[in-house]
Design a protein around this ligand. Sequence first.
Ligand code: FES
Ligand SMILES: [Fe+2]
Length: 423
Amino acid sequence: MNEHDLLNLTYSTYPQAVTEASRLLTERSLDQSLPQPFYNDPHMFRMDMEQVFHKEWIFVGMSSEVPAKGDYFTVEIGQNPILVVRDGDGAVQAFHNVCRHRGSKICTKHRGKVANLVCPYHQWTYDLKGNLLYAGAEMGDEFEIKSHNLKPTHCRTAGGFIFISLAQGEAPDLAPFLESLASYMEPYDMENTKIAVESSLIEEANWKLVIENNRECYHCASSHPELLNSLLEWDDTNDPRASDEFIEHYQRQAQAWDAEDIPHQHVEHGLRNRIVRMPLKEGTEVMTIDGKQGCSKLLGRIKNRQLGSMRILHLPNSWNHMQSDHVVVFRVLPISAQKTLVTTKWLVHKDAVEGVDYDPERLRAVWDATNDQDRELAEQNQRGINSIGYQPGPYSKTYEFGVINFIDWYSQTVRNNTSQERI
Ligand code: FES
Ligand SMILES: [Fe+2]
């Protein structure tokens, strides 16, 4: 623990923090922000990692990032290095990126291509399914090669998204969401996309503040001029902000979606997942500064540039915007109690040529600006919450229903997972 962490240590031990968290979550006033320790106490942060990020399904990346055999990328879930690789049968596999010899990290780069997975320390060599192929004569005749395969993590893919779970034993049921995702993503043919731009941002804020900020657009009018050139601030026709004009616009869009057989009924899987297709502002096509095309090649079987944006929410760590000529995916990974990594990727058709079909600067401009504005908001939120003057405040039931849903999901998940652990 560093000096900064010690300043925020509300509880002297980890078990004490977990017991207190359970009590606070049981007694909390619904529709209010959480008590301070949930946002800055290092023991509470450890609880979030152990009870949420080590047990739930985490969005890690897109399957088109590993298009061919041997392509891999790496990611860290807290202190756990993970390796995601395409095997020889075309399946995406995920492993703990930890050698079964003495535990060295195996793949040290962010991404790459390999024939086999070779540990840099003593060259133990694994195939792309994690089987140990070679450990050298140094290990002697008694050595059982078959008992030293890489440890897999749960891994599922659908509609181009890759999710992993570090759960020991069974992972939560993701199948119904994956089914919806596969059918809603079908028009985009994500296997035939590529990353055009990727950005990483470290926010000096607890991961929950980053997600809370994303789950409402109450702050949009005062903070996001670039985004509001194309985005409508609400994601439901029932929203109190939805005017008659908007509802007519929505109905015209729904006819266009139906004409192209584009699914658009709202889907929810508990509080964890939400898929919503909404029109963008009248006359705009995608989330660029002027609302006009981001890439000349449309995705998949899409023919209409004005399809609006399909938003996909996955708790605890992702939101996404699917548009006609590019998609933007967001991944949130906690680093410490007050530090969070936000990675944004813009994907286009795999045959689109940079400088011809798209300009990366034009593609990224709106969300670069928006991410930075949101970073500033989350960091200021964190600074205020760290004060002795902070006390939980009320959420708007209409404008901030997404935040209420997130905090309810978090609260239920932590309480369920910690109580199961005690059994
Ligand atoms: S730690 Fe990997 S080969 Fe020794
Ligand atoms: Fe925002």
